[in-house]
Design a protein around this ligand. Structure first.
Ligand code: ADP
Ligand code: MG
Length: 763
């Protein structure tokens, strides 16, 4: 912060003032409750509706009091004061930080109802399907009390269910479903085919996860197109390369590079002259790099697992199988080839959007999470969001121990097993957070070898995961999970029914053990936050070794002199500080990657806005017909005999086909440009400026080309009562489409990384 300390102090004091003001409102609401309790349901609902004036909740105390009474009647929960404060902050458009187990679901529903009463449609965005369905059903009685409608959209919703749900006042849905529906809606050729209806407010649960950690994950809509790549020979050649000699890996472990020797070896094995010749640079070399990436950087059981003859990605931030995710086609194929599996079908990318660009489409974004404060910078700079910290209703009684630091991973792992066994012997439940599937399985095996029964969480579905997690607080349980298990589910002491609550509390509550520090302090705190719910006692403890990734990456080159105990434990304040330092460096790197990547993505997001406007005009008006008819009046005259709606729809189909086609080409081209921009911009301009220049020029060309091509098609294609016969002219929309996310891989670097650089295989 340094020179801007005064600025942050000033910001702090406005936050204070806001809190003071909202405490006043909450106190006033409290006074009103007894009178409102006398009203019957209809009168109470009317009273709350009457607090809305001029498009906003004008009488906030009465609004909160009315909601409190309604909440008790319908859900059996009377909101705590801190919950009421949180509702006020959400209505102001903030991201609230509220600890795990403090009741954010109710807060979100109250705020959503507030927005909906002012006539705004609200999307409550959850992190998974299970929570969308759970929360919509749980909060339904409260929402419907005011005559508002609510419905969930989940992966399993049918088309009709989605159409109905998106027309409700409040929609609960995972961000992926909203994004995929948006992409599919951008392919329609008649307004009546649209699944979504416009929304005004995004209220994001687990806001840091969606808005920061996964912000750059692109959602992809692809269409079938066949064409396979022959990867077998290349994979075989690359498998013979040796690290250090034929290729090198950069210090951050994000990129692998062929050495001259390695390139020569590949050329010999493939029987080609030069990988860098015009013939091979855009094709063979790209595939060689993909195969090398698959071989050198993607490790089985860490980055992916092989199950049922398929490669399944492991979600980097959650450490579990990511059902919907795959790598960009070429890398997916390279990994499949490496594992000797059948190479899956490739497709043409029709459209893609990052979560950040998707969230930017909402006029109002607000959110809630247990860990917002550490993401304050990102939330402000990427979304202009302010973070409000809400106090706990009950004091925190969790004890966070200092990290246990070891010199080597081996010593650390041995100590982890000892510590878990020792805690377990007392009957206290233990939740262990590990960093990947392989680690979780190795640890579970080590514990089982000591006769300790372990629940391993390799979640197959969210509901199952929630069930296991919910039981994790029962006496004597040991649950080993991969990262971030169970965001959104509360772990109750003494089992889901809290039967043995007091017994477990007497043992010290839930003990959370982290096997390494995460890339961000936020993820550490999410894990810690599993313990100490609603004022319960609890314990959290992290193990670190100087060989951990975060220490190697964050502390690159720096040395700590340490004097370990005989068992390898290093107790020194300086080492603790060094670990904190390493984590801050890693956080800084992630932030830098995020802002660099967003610089590239933002322009495409702007272009997409323009495209959307054009699409809307083509869908909702007779623009398409007017433009084509004025370009070619003779052709228009020939079609004179057709009914207006047929002519207009034919023109619409033609225009939209070419617009969508050009946009898909544009996305592929810009990916390509982004990959090579560092070469193109040689010493002339900064890469990002050069990228912008090309993007703006290409987008303008796109707009013109789309209309020119449409005019050509208009002149040539057969148009009759059945509309424009585009297929006959070879203009065919993909017969089937599918959606997936490109993995938010920690290996992905900034603009010139291997992963983001694979854009050119998208064509
Ligand atoms: P969070 O999302 O903040 O982690 P949840 O919304 O899952 O928390 O709620 C945690 C638990 O607290 C739930 O069991 C819920 O029923 C309970 N709860 C929340 N608010 C209240 C309240 N005002 N009164 C009683 N119980 C509440
Ligand atoms: Mg929650």
């Amino acid at each position: 912060m340094g020179a801007f300390d005064w600025f942050w102090k000033a910001m702090g004091s406005t936050a204070e003032r806001n809190n003071k003001k909202s405490r006043g409102v909450v106190a006033a609401a409290h006074e009103l409750i007894p009178a409102l309790e006398q009203l019957d349901d209809a009168a109470l609902a009317a009273e709350v509706r009457a607090t809305v004036r001029g498009g906003e909740v004008a009488d906030k105390p009465r609004f909160l009091a009315g909601l409190a009474v309604a909440s008790r009647r319908t859900l059996g929960m009377q909101p705590f004061e801190v919950q009421n404060q949180a509702v006020l902050r959400l209505l102001e458009g903030d991201v609230i930080q509220m600890a795990t187990g403090e009741g954010k679901t109710l807060v979100g529903a109250m705020a959503a109802a507030g927005y909906a009463l002012t006539g705004k449609r609200v999307h409550v965005i959850t992190v998974n399907n299970y929570l969308a369905a759970r929360d919509a059903e749980w909060m339904r009685p409260l929402v419907e009390f005011f005559g508002l409608s609510v419905a969930p959209v989940t992966e399993s919703s049918t088309r009709d269910e989605r159409v109905a749900a998106y027309r409700c006042d409040i929609v609960y849905a995972p961000v992926t479903e909203i994004g995929f529906d948006h992409l599919r809606d951008n392919q329609i050729t008649r307004r009546s085919q649209a699944v979504q209806a416009p929304a005004d407010v995004a209220l994001v649960d687990e806001a840091d996860s969606v808005l920061v950690d996964e912000a750059l994950v692109p959602l992809i809509l692809a269409g079938s197109e066949g064409a396979q790549q022959a990867t077998g020979q290349i994979t075989a050649a690359v498998s013979q390369l040796a690290e250090g000699k034929d290729y090198t890996i950069d210090a951050e472990g994000r990129n692998a590079f062929l050495t001259d020797e390695g390139a020569a070896k590949v050329e010999r094995l493939l029987g080609i002259d030069s990988l860098y010749s015009d013939e091979h640079i855009g094709t063979t070399l790209v595939r060689v790099n993909l195969a090398l990436h698959a071989k050198a950087l993607l490790i089985r059981d860490v980055h992916y697992i092989v199950a049922d003859g398929k490669v399944a990605l492991v979600d980097a931030s959650r450490g579990r199988v990511a059902e919907l995710q795959r790598w960009p086609d070429g890398l997916q194929a390279a990994v499949e080839a490496k594992e000797g599996l059948a190479v899956s079908e490739g497709g043409r990318i029709l459209d893609s959007i990052t979560l950040q660009a998707l969230m930017r489409r909402y006029p109002v974004v607000c959110g809630m999470t247990g860990t917002a404060v550490e993401a304050t910078d990102q939330l402000r700079s990427f979304y202009g969001l302010h973070v409000s910290v809400i106090d706990r209703a009950n004091e925190l009684r969790r004890f966070d121990e200092a990290d246990r630091v070891y010199a080597t991973v081996g010593e650390k792992n041995a100590a982890i097993v000892e510590e878990i066994a020792a805690i377990h012997a007392t009957g206290q439940p233990v939740l262990v957070g590990t960093h990947d599937v392989a680690e979780s399985e190795a640890l579970a095996a080590a514990l089982e070898a000591r006769g300790i029964a372990v629940n391993v969480l390799n979640a197959k579905n969210d509901a199952e995961e929630a069930r296991i997690i919910a039981e994790a607080g029962d006496t004597g349980r040991v649950t080993v999970s991969t990262q971030m298990a169970g965001r959104g589910t509360d772990i109750r002491l003494g089992g889901a029914d809290e039967a043995d609550h007091d017994e477990v509390a007497a043992l010290g509550g839930l003990a959370v053990v982290g096997t390494a520090r995460h890339r961000t302090a936020r993820l550490d705190n999410q894990l810690r936050g599993r313990a100490g719910r609603q004022g319960d006692p609890g314990l959290s403890l992290f193990f670190v070794s100087l060989e951990d990734d975060i220490v190697k990456v964050g502390g690159a080159g720096e040395q700590v002199t340490a004097h370990p105990d005989p068992d390898g434990c290093i107790e020194s304040g300086r080492v603790q500080q060094f670990i904190e330092h390493c984590q801050r460096v890693t956080e800084g790197q992630l932030l830098e990657i995020h802002s660099q990547t967003w610089k590239y993505n933002k322009l495409l997001a702007d272009h997409r806005d323009i495209l959307d406007e054009r699409r809307a005009a083509l869908l909702d008006t007779d623009t398409a017909w007017c433009e084509l008819a004025s370009r070619n009046p003779a052709r228009a005259a020939e079609l004179e005999h057709l009914p207006d709606d047929v002519k207009e729809q034919a023109a619409r189909d033609i225009m939209l086909f070419h617009l969508d086609h050009e946009w898909s080409e544009h996305l592929a081209l810009m990916d390509d440009v982004r990959e090579s921009i560092h070469l193109r911009a040689i010493a002339r301009e900064t890469p990002i400026d050069e990228y912008h220049r090309i993007a703006v020029r290409e987008f303008k060309d796109l707009a013109n080309r789309a209309v020119d091509e449409a005019a050509d098609t208009f002149a040539a294609v057969n148009i009759d009562e059945g509309g424009a016969h585009l297929e006959d002219a070879g203009w065919k929309r993909p017969s089937s489409t599918w959606t997936y996310m490109v993995s938010d891989n920690p290996l992905a670097g900034s603009g010139n990384s291997v992963i983001s650089g694979i854009g050119n295989i998208f064509r």
